[in-house]
Design a protein around this ligand. Structure first.
Ligand code: SF4
Length: 241
């Protein structure tokens, strides 16, 4: 899919300016370039909590939203509630379409994702991808908590990129941060974080599809661990099909 003219201009400006800036300077520069249509998706992991803190503490005009799949850990709801208490700002919640969810569960039961990759993708499609597409519709820039060191195929990425599927710019303000820096920042500013991180969960998604990893094990080994590693993306950062 081709890039449209407005998107192309914004991408060019942001690519020139944002890489190399601190996370806060990058977000502020983004606001001054794009003005509106800026959204940040949080799943309340460590990285996302740092970005939420930067947005709310600095009153940046960026909408923060989350996708509630309905299968999240109790600890994730706990940190979500604590984040609202701490900052007193709105986090917009997106939910799966009831009809599609009812149909899938009625036909296949509540745990069909363990049975095949197709079923797992169907569940992620209904619970995550479709609500994400709604949340991103008509926006100019999608901010995420992705870091460069997080997985093999993300090593080729850059901090500012074009998302052809959603027709918007993606910006990853913590792209160059190490996990150690993220943890230190969370500690320094006493930012609420998911207690599962202290129990061996580097990456926290839906409860039935996430487990703890051993020290030194790849962080994505804890997600959809019963599948072949090459099939593990959930579709959120893929091109929309
Ligand atoms: S991570 Fe698991 S429960 Fe969550 S949407 Fe995907 S398949 Fe469904």
């Amino acid at each position: 899919m081709e890039i449209h003219t407005e998107g192309s201009l914004l991408l060019h400006e942001l690519t020139q300016e944002l890489p190399g800036l601190t996370a806060l300077d990058g977000l502020q520069a983004l606001v001054s370039h794009a003005g509106e249509g800026l959204v940040f998706s949080t799943s309340f992991g460590w990285e996302d909590q740092v970005i939420t803190h930067l947005i709310f503490e600095n009153n940046l005009p960026i909408k923060v939203f989350t996708l509630d799949t309905g299968r999240m850990f109790p600890e994730t709801y706990y940190v979500w509630a604590r984040t609202l208490e701490r900052y007193g700002r709105e986090i917009e919640a997106y939910y799966p379409q009831a009809e599609a969810l009812q149909r899938m569960i009625s036909q296949k039961g509540p745990s069909s994702f363990y049975e095949s990759v197709d079923n797992r993708k169907e569940c992620c499609g209904i619970r995550k991808v479709e609500p994400l597409n709604r949340a991103l519709e008509g926006q100019q820039c999608w901010i995420t908590g992705i870091r460069a060191e997080q997985s093999a195929n993300r090593q080729d990425m850059v901090s500012v990129e074009w998302d052809a599927g959603h027709q918007l710019v993606k910006y990853h303000p913590l792209f160059q941060w190490t996990l150690k820096e993220v943890k230190e920042y969370v500690k320094q500013y006493n930012i609420p974080y998911n207690p599962l991180h202290d129990k061996g969960f580097p990456s926290i998604g839906c409860q039935p599809c996430t487990r703890a990893v051993a020290p030194g094990e790849d962080f994505r080994a804890g997600r959809w661990w019963w599948e072949d590693a090459s099939k593990k993306e959930c579709g959120l950062h893929d091109v929309k099909s």
